[in-house]
Design a protein around this ligand. Structure first.
Ligand SMILES: [Zn+2]
Length: 150
């Protein structure tokens, strides 16, 4: 393959306002990016992607330690990030998918419960001036519906 060059006007930038952790699931990659850019209004963000988004923080193990360390040293330390978005999605393979739940309502309530628990765990570890926000996407007749979670 010949060299492949892509224009990039961000290379001289050093700071961005947001870090995102989301699931690796390819089905959500483009729409997640569109939600963060057009839905939330952030053109620039550090992206962390892992199966189940930040679900593995619940294990309270090395994943949590490493994730917190990178948020502090890279996203806050280098890029001066002010917010962290936890982004979960419906039908997540990290949970066994929708089929692992008795109903759609139950599925959503488990995701939201886990996301809130992860937020509580991260709040204890991360600097006070980092705001942690949460969002969730689920299927809707026209595609995916994203909502910010309180
Ligand atoms: Zn997933």
């Amino acid at each position: 393959m010949a060299n492949f060059t892509v224009p990039n006007d961000k290379l001289k930038m050093h700071e961005c306002p947001l870090a995102v952790i989301k699931c690796v699931d390819f089905r959500f990659r483009k729409t997640d990016q569109e939600f963060v850019e057009r839905g939330l209004g952030f053109d620039d963000f550090d992206l962390y992607s892992w199966p189940g988004a930040a679900k593995d923080v619940l294990k309270n193990n090395g994943f949590k330690t490493d994730f917190v360390d990178k948020i502090v040293s890279v996203s806050i330390g280098l890029h001066k990030v002010k917010k962290l978005l936890l982004l979960w999605h419906w039908d997540c393979g990290g949970y066994g998918g929708s089929k692992a739940f008795p109903s759609a309502d139950e599925e959503e309530s488990i995701y939201l419960r886990d996301m809130r628990t992860v937020k509580e765990m991260l709040v204890r570890e991360l600097p006070d001036d980092l705001e942690i926000i949460m969002a969730y996407s689920k299927s809707a007749p026209q595609g995916l519906e994203y909502k910010v979670v309180e």
